[in-house]
Design a protein. Structure first.
Lengths: 115, 115
């Protein structure tokens, strides 16, 4: 059973460009969480999605950031008009449906560098 | 709101010795989980150990054990017989009980095992 997949593993964008980060949950998992890790910090929650629904986006910046988890395909975290402060590692985690949240399995992360 | 505090940014231990990493948290919840995650240079988040708050018995996983003091809101990690592969960042994390809940992470402790 493949784990949580994230791609790309490394992404370099110039200021003002768009960044699209992908997360494929584990097979059978329909819940996806995105976290951001700034340098020298712990992971911070951004958004929680189920298939075709955003359940909790309380950690998402109000502008430039969006997330989706379509019926088919991976979850996408999209950052428009990136700035240097967006440079971070972005992790997604997935969990099975109807189970307690502690069963979240993390992907390897995408390291975004904004130049 | 939940907060997790790790007051030791860096620690070191001689190989084969024992080390304890500290973590305190603040919450008004009664049902929750506590975790220790390891993040090696690969940046993959690896679950080390989990504790359910309703369990009085401290969790253990091989060389890893916790000292959970619910009244004091303290959750320390003890690593026995330290090995070079234990060198990593260690994050303490909190999660409310239930579905669709996020992790709250501390800022981490960088542990170096010295040969």
């Amino acid at each position: 059973n493949a784990g949580v997949m994230q791609n790309p593993r490394h992404l370099v964008r110039r200021r003002g460009q768009e960044a699209r980060l992908r997360c494929s949950p584990m097979k059978g998992h329909s819940h996806v969480y995105w976290y951001r890790q700034l340098p020298e910090e712990g992971l911070k929650f951004m958004v929680y999605l189920q298939k075709e629904n955003i359940i909790d986006e309380s950690g998402m910046p109000k502008e430039r950031f969006s997330a989706e988890f379509p019926k088919e395909g991976p979850s996408i975290l999209r950052i428009q008009q990136v700035v240097r402060g967006d440079s971070a590692a972005y992790f997604c985690a997935s969990s099975p449906p109807a189970r307690t949240s502690y069963e979240q399995y993390f992907g390897p992360g995408t390291r975004l560098t904004v130049t | 709101a939940q907060t997790v505090t790790q007051s030791q940014p860096e620690m070191s231990v001689q190989e084969a010795e024992t080390v304890t990493l500290s973590c305190t948290y603040d919450t008004s919840e009664n049902n929750y989980y506590l975790f220790w995650y390891k993040q090696p240079p690969s940046r993959q988040m690896i679950l080390v150990i989990r504790q359910e708050a309703y369990k009085q018995q401290n969790a253990t996983e091989n060389r890893f054990s916790v000292n959970f003091q619910k009244a004091a809101k303290s959750f320390s990690l003890k690593i026995s017989d330290s090995q070079l592969g234990d060198t990593a960042m260690y994050f303490c994390a909190f999660m409310k009980h239930g579905t669709g809940n996020q992790f709250y992470f501390g800022t981490g402790t960088s542990l170096t095992v010295i040969p």
